[in-house]
Design a protein around this ligand. Structure first.
Ligand code: GS8
Length: 218
């Protein structure tokens, strides 16, 4: 039986982009199903009854949720090319650590940055920039977070790059002036066919403006 792969997703979601990126890196053919998050499909509610969130990868009718978990699953199932996680256990643990840092620190502060105002927003901006600098240091002079090859941390982190312009406008700063190596890294990633399938900063910015309006944030 040919394996059936379906992705429940929402196009501007950085978490969904991780799954798309991993599938593209592996050359997996799949059916993309766009979700309306204000009116979730029965399928999404059935496939992710706990969190009711995208992305969900449905492989032969079996759901896998949580984006980093989805990326690891893809890496393990389609394991004959471009391994994303290193095979060395220590390196693998380090990769998981930095992917978790992206979610619990970087994304956490980015989310506060555009949702708050005044002193709260200043605090969020300070945190975001500080944490981005930690990532800049972690990258060092390497071409990728995976070292010489595009890997798990690159897949975890790159999907926030299309959001950078929105974050810059929200916080009135330029990532390039603060973390030039991260911008160089992002440009390097943008040369990959897998990365080219993701939305760009202008598309995400348009969406961000609509989202802010919808949430009543000005
Ligand atoms: C986050 C997914 C998520 O927030 C992961 O997959 O890594 N930790 C999870 N998904 C959002 C869309 S992107 O902001 C979502 O599905 N939200 C719907 C809801 O909260 O009702």
């Amino acid at each position: 039986m040919a394996s059936e792969v379906v992705l429940l997703d929402f196009w501007p979601s950085p978490f969904g982009m991780r799954a798309r990126l991993a599938l593209a890196e592996k050359g997996v053919t799949y059916e993309y199903k766009e979700e309306d998050l204000s009116n979730k499909s029965e399928l999404l509610l059935q496939m992710n009854p706990v969190h009711k969130k995208i992305p969900v990868l449905v492989h032969n009718n079996k759901p896998v949720s949580e984006s980093l978990n989805v990326v690891e699953y893809i890496d393990e199932v389609w394991n004959n090319n471009n391994l994303l996680l290193p095979s060395d256990p220590y390196q693998r643990a380090q990769a998981r650590f930095w992917a978790d840092y992206v979610d619990t620190k970087l994304f956490e502060s980015a989310n506060r940055l555009w949702k708050t105002k005044g002193a709260e927003q200043e605090e969020a901006k300070k945190d975001f920039i500080e944490r981005l600098k930690v990532m800049e240091e972690q990258l060092g002079d390497n071409p990728y977070f995976g070292g010489d090859t595009f890997g798990f941390v690159d897949v975890a982190f790159f999907p926030f790059y299309p959001w950078f312009y929105a974050f810059e406008i929200a916080g009135n700063f330029k990532v390039e002036e603060l973390c030039p190596n991260i911008i160089e890294w992002a440009k390097r990633c943008l040369l990959r066919d897998s990365v080219k399938t993701l939305p760009d900063q202008n598309q995400v910015y348009e969406f961000y403006l609509k989202l802010k309006k919808m949430l009543g944030i000005d």
